[in-house]
Design a binder for this molecule. Structure first.
Ligand SMILES: [Zn+2]
Length: 140
């Protein structure tokens, strides 16, 4: 039995049924995380939209988001997914606007968790593209 501390992660995706399973698989392949080693939040629009709060701290009054919950419980590997080719969470946005919104979200999350690993996941009808963006292999 290993006594190493296994890394934990957090994945935020759109709920679109075309891409959820493949996005999880790509995230696991890229990070080496097992399915039980990361939290997964899914909502319409995914990382191209602002998340809803999951709780409010009764002492501070501050909103708590799922990514914060995961980070506070040990997540250090983050995956931020959105998809193009029509998103029900962003019905008015074209592909360029969705990509721009995803990259803005990722920049904000890197600023929020600068000491963690961040992966950008862009899903489309052509497949799932995953890139580690921080610490950088690729510039946003
Ligand atoms: Zn969507």
């Amino acid at each position: 039995m290993s006594h190493d501390i296994e890394p934990l992660g957090f994945l935020r995706t759109c709920i679109d049924r075309r891409f959820v399973e493949a996005s999880r698989r790509k995230f696991e392949e890229a990070t080496g995380l097992l399915p039980v080693a990361y939290w997964h939040e899914a909502y319409a629009g995914g990382s191209a939209r602002d998340p809803s709060l999951v709780a409010n701290d009764a002492k501070t009054g501050n909103n708590i988001y799922a990514d914060q919950y995961a980070a506070e419980h040990g997540a250090t590997v983050f995956g931020w997914q959105a998809h193009i080719d029509t998103c029900g969470g962003l019905p008015g946005a074209n592909n360029t606007e969705i990509v721009k919104a995803l990259d803005e979200h990722i920049r904000a999350m890197i600023a929020k968790y600068p000491n963690s690993l961040h992966y950008r996941i862009l899903a489309s009808n052509s497949g799932i593209e995953i890139t580690r963006v921080h610490p950088g292999f690729a510039k946003l």
